[in-house]
Design a protein around this ligand. Structure first.
Ligand SMILES: [Zn+2]
Ligand SMILES: [Zn+2]
Length: 361
């Protein structure tokens, strides 16, 4: 479809004469990294986003590059083209409806999923299981841009004491917290996290905060193991640490899954979080151990964002208290004009990185 579709799809972008700020017949533009086709991400001028009722206009100040953005941009594409990717963003609210004027000038992170608010899952606030959702940065325009229009119901307010870079880590932070909730960490537990990427390192910190006696890391990258030490985590050593009570599998690759299962005690708890790139296989001998050790396996997906359980507001709270280190995960900062370079560096693993963040500050 690349490039043939008009920009003004779904009325998402502000066209001529639609400027609520001036009311003048102007074509306001902004800079953004726009995906026109698989592998074709262009930094270019696009119309300013049009702000509908109930939406705020946000100046994007920081947007994390998610591991999932690499296949999204280079292999799978977004749901339609052109689309501005980026779903881990935070920014400054610069325009709102008259009744929401107090939001202007405030900092916020954004829950990127737009639920239909009609289906059975939405009715109970299980938005990540919504049957008809929209998503900033994959199904509609996201945060690799100077500005974005955001539904005010998706705003997660952030105090001024936090940097935008830190606030942009709310999304992986909330995903990590949701996964750790599924682990039911008990006081004194031996816990292992497979995969020392940003989510793994946030999760390991939540596990430690939850009362685990020993939290270890597994990763095939020596550099990642070294980086994890900054957060106080050593590599798992079965001889020293013994078998684990609970394990978080964050890699989505079969050898790690097998090792994760085999590292558990009887009645151990395994939470599956890593997105698989291909079929996951479990060896017959490993499978037998799931049975013999009566292992409990659970999946986890995204994060909770409702009034009862809100991984987002809890993440902000942990950021403010300083209990969990987030910003220290950022190894690379790029301006939005260099978004493609950032993604290429990650794809080619040209440098060691943990979190790569696009910064407009
Ligand atoms: Zn993400
Ligand atoms: Zn729904």
């Amino acid at each position: 479809m690349g490039g043939s579709e008009p920009f003004f799809q779904k009325g998402l972008r502000r066209g001529p004469g639609q400027s609520p700020a001036s009311g003048k017949e102007t074509m306001e533009t902004m800079n953004a990294a726009v995906l026109h086709a698989v592998g074709d991400l262009r930094y270019e001028k696009v119309p300013m986003p049009g702000r509908g009722p109930g939406e705020v206009l946000m100046k994007v100040m920081a947007c994390g590059v998610c591991g999932s953005d690499i296949p999204r941009v280079f292999e799978k594409g977004t749901y339609h083209f052109p689309t501005i990717p980026g779903h881990e963003f935070a920014g400054l609210i610069i325009e709102a409806d008259e009744c929401d004027k107090d939001l202007v000038g405030k900092k916020a992170a954004v829950f990127p999923l737009l639920p239909c608010r009609k289906c059975a899952a939405c009715e109970v606030g299980e938005y990540v299981n919504c049957s008809d959702y929209d998503y900033y940065g994959s199904r509609r325009d996201g945060g690799f841009a100077e500005y974005i229009a955001v539904d005010k119901r998706n705003l997660v307010m952030v105090p001024d004491s936090l940097t935008y870079a830190c606030a942009s880590l709310c999304e992986p932070g909330a995903v990590a917290r949701a996964a750790v909730r599924r682990m039911d960490v008990q006081l004194g537990d031996v816990a292992i996290v497979y995969g020392a990427g940003p989510i793994g390192l946030i999760a390991a910190q939540w596990i430690r905060e939850s009362g685990a006696g020993c939290v270890r890391i597994v990763d095939i990258s020596e550099e990642k193991i070294e980086f994890a030490k900054k957060f106080g985590f050593l590599a798992y050593d079965e001889k020293r640490d013994g078998k684990a009570d609970c394990v978080l599998e964050g890699t989505g690759v079969s050898p790690a899954l097998n090792n994760a299962i085999l590292s558990l005690k009887s009645h151990g708890r395994l939470v599956l979080m890593g997105n698989p790139a291909k079929d996951m296989t479990i060896a017959q001998s490993t499978y037998s151990q799931i049975l013999r050790r009566e292992i409990n396996m659970r999946g986890t997906w995204n994060s909770s964002y409702n009034q009862t359980i809100n991984d987002w507001t809890e993440t902000v709270r942990a950021m403010v208290s300083g209990k969990i280190k987030y910003e220290e995960l950022i190894t690379h900062r790029y301006p939005v004009s260099k978004t493609f370079e950032a993604l290429e560096m990650m794809r080619g693993r040209r440098e060691f990185y943990t979190k790569v963040t696009i910064i407009n500050e």
